[in-house]
Design a binder for this molecule. Structure first.
Ligand code: SER
Length: 317
C-alpha cells in the first residue's frame, strides 16, 4: 500500500498536488504536513499533521508512525524570503532537507521527490539554453541551499541507493494558492493586480526575462517523473524544465489584450539583482528524453486561462 507524506503541503505547489494525489491514490493514502495549521480545511478532506522539517526527530517519527512509503518534500523558503532571513532559509532548506533525505534513506522510503529550482544558477552560468550540467554557483541563500540539496541527493543515491528525484522548477504561474515570496512571483501578482486594480508596480525591470511554466504542467511533470522507471533517470534533481520564457513587459502586453486599461510601472528592487543572475532560457531536452517531459500550455494559453480563473476567484467573471 502507498502512503505519501507531503511536506510544505499548504504552499503554492503542495496545495494543488494534494488534490491530484488524493484522486489518484485515495485520500487515506496521503498525509499532508506543514509547519502551520491550514487556514481552511482542504477540499479533499486529507489528513493533516504539523511537521517542522528542521526537527530531525519529528521527521523520523512521522515517517515511522504513519508507515510512509513515498515523500514529496516541498517545504522550502523561496529566494526573496530567503534573502530577508538567510538563517531561516538555511534551517528549512538545508537542515530540513538533510533531515528528510536521511530519514527517507534510513527508513527505506521507495521514492523521495524534491523540487529544485533555477535558483541554483548564478552569474557565471550561461544565460541561454542552459543545460542540466553547468556552472552552479548561486549568490542567494536559496540557491546555495538548493545546490546543496542536489548534491546531497546524488550522494545518498550513489552511497545508499536512495531513489530521490526532482526537477529544477522555473517560475510557476498559478491562481489557487499565492506563492510565498519568490523572485518569479511578480508573474502571479501581475494577474491579480490587473484584474482587481488595472495597475501594477513591478519589482523587476521590463526586460528581465525568466523561464516560466503554468501550474498544470508543473504538476503533470512532477508526477511523470514520479512514475518514471528508475533505470531511465540519468540525474537526480538536475532536470531543467520550463514551458516558455518572458519578461515583465511581454507579460504586461499579453495581459493587456484581456484587460484593456491595464497599466504597469517599474520599480526594480533587490529581486532584480536575483533575477538578473538567473538564466533567460533553459535546455529541457534531457527531461524530455529521460522521462517524457512535454508541457502543454503555451504562454498565450497560460495568460488566457489565468485571466479567466483569477476573475472567477475574485468573483468578477
Ligand atoms: N520561484 C522561485 C523563486 O522565485 C524560483 O524557483 O524563488
Amino acid at each position: 500500500m502507498v502512503k505519501i507524506l507531503i511536506t510544505g503541503s499548504l504552499g503554492q505547489i503542495g496545495s494543488e498536488l494534494v488534490t491530484i494525489l488524493a484522486k489518484r491514490f485515495g485520500k487515506s493514502s496521503i498525509l499532508m504536513t506543514d509547519v502551520k495549521e491550514p487556514a481552511v480545511k482542504n477540499s479533499e478532506d486529507v489528513e493533516f499533521s504539523i511537521l517542522d522539517v528542521t526537527n530531525a526527530d519529528s521527521v523520523r517519527s512521522i515517517v515511522r508512525e504513519n508507515g510512509i512509503t513515498d515523500i514529496f518534500h516541498l517545504a522550502s523558503i523561496l529566494s526573496a524570503a530567503g534573502e530577508k532571513n538567510p538563517q531561516k532559509a538555511f534551517a528549512v532548506n538545508s537542515t530540513g532537507t538533510f533531515n528528510v533525505i536521511d530519514a527517507a534513506s534510513s527508513l527505506g522510503i521507495n521514492r523521495l521527490i524534491i523540487p529544485s529550482t533555477i535558483g541554483v544558477f548564478g552569474p557565471e552560468t550561461p544565460r541561454d539554453n542552459v543545460p542540466d550540467i553547468t556552472i552552479t554557483r548561486p549568490t542567494t541563500m536559496y540557491g546555495i541551499t538548493k545546490v546543496s540539496a542536489e548534491l546531497l541527493s546524488s550522494y545518498y543515491h550513489d552511497r545508499f541507493g536512495l531513489d530521490v528525484r526532482g526537477v529544477r522548477y522555473p517560475g510557476i504561474i498559478s491562481y489557487l494558492t499565492p506563492p510565498s515570496a519568490g523572485t518569479t512571483d511578480y508573474a502571479v501578482d501581475m494577474f491579480y493586480h490587473a484584474v482587481k486594480h488595472q495597475e501594477y508596480t513591478c519589482y523587476l525591470s521590463p526586460e528581465t526575462t525568466l523561464p516560466m511554466m503554468y501550474m498544470p504542467d508543473a504538476l503533470k511533470s512532477l508526477l511523470r517523473l514520479f512514475d518514471a522507471p528508475a533505470s531511465s533517470l540519468k540525474h537526480r534533481l538536475e532536470y531543467n524544465i520550463s514551458s516558455f520564457s518572458f519578461n515583465p513587459q511581454e507579460l504586461y502586453g499579453e495581459i493587456k489584450r484581456h484587460v484593456l486599461d491595464f497599466r504597469v510601472r517599474y520599480e526594480p528592487d533587490f529581486r532584480e539583482e536575483i533575477a538578473k543572475n538567473w538564466p533567460r532560457t533553459l535546455d529541457t531536452s534531457e527531461a524530455a528524453k529521460d522521462w517524457g517531459f512535454s508541457p502543454e500550455y503555451s504562454f498565450k494559453e497560460t495568460v488566457s486561462d489565468m485571466i479567466v480563473n483569477v476573475r472567477k476567484i475574485l468573483d468578477l467573471a
